[in-house]
Design a protein around this ligand. Structure first.
Ligand SMILES: Cc1ncc(COP(=O)(O)O)c(C=O)c1O
Length: 384
C-alpha cells in the first residue's frame, strides 16, 4: 500500500547516518565502546545506575524475569492488553503469566484492584506496561508490590522519556525494558535496553546477555583478558555497535520528538473531541507522556472494520493496540478461558491513528477530516 498517512514513519537524519557510517568505517561492528556510550547516556536520561543494551525488548523482558530468579511454579501478574512479548517472556522461563484487567476506558493501564485479586502464594512479580507512553499508577503499584514482597518489571517499550511524579519510566521498578523497534520513539531497527538501579540484577543480566561468559570479545581485544569462564546458562542477546550508534544519535532527538508527538496528540484530542460515537483516553493523565501511539475508542454502535476500511480508502493506515493476549489461540488452548471485561471491551473497540514526529499539519488535518466521515461509515455498516 502506498499510504498517504502511514501509522508511523521514520526519516533518518544526516547525523543518524553519519553515526552509523562512523562505526562501519571503524572496523569494530559488534558490541563495544559505542554500545557502552549508548548505555551510559541512556542510564543518565532515565536516571538509573545501569542500562544494558540488548538485541530487542523481548529478550530484555526474558532476562528481566530470569534475573529475578522467577521460573517453574512461579506466577507473574501482567496485563493482557499488551504486545504478546510481555507474556511470552514469562513463559520462556517456565513461570506462569496471570492476566490482570486494565483500569477503565479512559486509562488502559493495569488495574490495582485486579492485581490484588490475582495475587496468590505463587506470585513473584508484577509486570506492567506503560500503554501509549502514559505511565501506570506507579506510586500505588510500587507500594502494593513492596507491601506484598513482589518484584516489579516495567515494560517500557512505549515510554522512553515519559515520567510521572518527576520519575522517569524505567526508574520506578526493579527492572525495566525498552524497545527500539522501527516504529518506536527511539529507533535502532531491532534493539532494546534494560534499566535497573540494582547492582546484583545488572551483573546477572550482563552475564546472561552474553552466554554466561565472564569476559566479552572487547575485553580480550583490549588486552584485559585471554580467556573466560562460563558460569551460567546464558544467551546471545547482545546488540551491536552499528545499532548502538543509531541509538545514540536518536537519543539526542528523543525529547524534541516526544514533544512533537505530544503536540500532534493535543491537536487530535482537541479536533476530535466533538466527534460523536468516539472517545479518547488519557485526557487528564498525570505526568509527561511519551505519546507513542494515539488510541481512540469507538462506541458499540460503530463497526470497527468499516471505520478502518473508511480510513484505508483515504490512504490512512490504522492499527489495533491490542488484540488481548488471553484471547489468542495459543493462550486459550494452554490456559483455558479467562474473562477480563475492560480489556475485552477495549480490545474490541480500540483503533490507533497515525502518529509520528515528522507528520505534517496537512497529514494531521487529513486524518481528522477522514475520521469524522469514517465514523459515519462505521455507523451505517452496523445499521444495514
Ligand atoms: C509493549 C511492548 N512490549 C514488548 C515489545 C517487544 O519489543 P521488541 O520488538 O523490541 O522485542 C513491544 C514491541 O512492539 C511492545 O510494544
Amino acid at each position: 500500500m502506498n499510504w498517504r498517512v502511514p501509522l508511523s514513519d521514520l526519516i533518518l537524519s544526516t547525523e543518524d547516518k553519519t553515526a552509523v557510517m562512523n562505526v562501519l568505517n571503524s572496523g569494530w561492528l559488534t558490541m563495544g565502546d559505542v554500545t557502552q556510550h549508548f548505555e551510559e547516556a541512556f542510564a543518565e536520561m532515565v536516571g538509573v545506575k545501569h542500562a544494558i543494551a540488548v538485541s530487542n525488548a523481548t529478550v530484555g523482558l526474558h532476562l528481566a524475569v530470569l534475573a529475578l530468579q522467577i521460573g517453574h511454579g512461579d506466577e507473574v501478574i501482567l496485563p493482557s492488553l499488551s504486545f504478546v512479548a510481555t507474556a511470552n517472556a514469562v513463559l520462556y522461563t517456565g513461570a506462569t503469566p496471570v492476566f490482570a484487567d486494565v483500569k477503565n476506558e479512559l486509562d488502559f493501564g493495569i488495574s490495582i484492584d485486579s492485581i490484588e485479586r490475582q495475587i496468590t502464594n505463587k506470585t513473584k512479580a508484577i509486570t506492567l506496561m506503560h500503554y501509549g507512553g502514559n505511565l501506570c499508577a506507579m506510586s500505588e503499584i510500587m507500594a502494593l508490590a513492596r507491601d506484598k514482597g513482589l518484584s516489579v518489571i516495567e515494560d517500557a517499550a512505549h515510554a522512553p522519556g515519559a515520567s510521572v511524579d518527576g520519575v522517569n519510566a524505567g526508574a520506578w521498578s526493579d527492572i525495566a525494558c525498552f524497545s527500539f523497534f522501527s516504529n518506536k520513539n527511539l529507533v535502532t531497527g531491532e534493539g532494546g535496553m534494560i534499566t535497573t538501579d540494582r547492582d546484583d540484577l545488572a551483573e546477572k543480566i550482563r552475564l546472561m546477555r552474553s552466554h554466561g561468559m565472564t569476559t566479552v570479545t572487547l575485553d580480550r581485544y583490549k588486552g584485559h583478558a585471554y580467556s573466560y569462564d562460563v558460569v551460567d546458562l546464558g544467551f546471545n542477546y547482545r546488540i551491536d555497535d552499528v545499532r548502538s550508534a543509531l541509538g545514540l544519535a536518536q537519543l539526542e532527538k528523543l525529547e524534541a520528538n516526544n514533544r512533537r508527538r505530544r503536540e500532534i496528540s493535543d491537536r487530535y484530542r482537541l479536533d476530535l473531541s466533538e466527534v460523536p460515537m468516539l472517545s479518547i483516553p488519557y485526557a487528564d493523565h498525570p505526568g509527561i507522556s511519551a505519546a507513542h501511539i494515539f488510541p481512540v475508542l469507538l462506541d458499540v454502535g460503530v463497526d470497527r472494520e468499516a471505520f478502518m476500511d473508511g480510513l484505508k480508502a483515504e490512504g490512512i493506515q490504522t492499527s489495533i493496540h491490542y488484540p488481548p493476549i488471553h484471547q489468542f489461540t495459543y493462550y486459550r488452548e494452554r490456559f483455558g478461558e479467562t474473562h477480563l471485561p475492560v480489556t475485552e471491551e477495549i480490545g474490541g473497540r480500540e483503533v490507533t491513528l497515525p502518529l509520528f514526529p515528522t507528520m505534517t499539519e496537512e497529514q494531521v488535518s487529513l486524518v481528522i477530516t477522514c475520521v469524522k466521515s469514517a465514523v459515519e461509515t462505521g455507523m451505517m455498516r452496523l445499521e444495514i
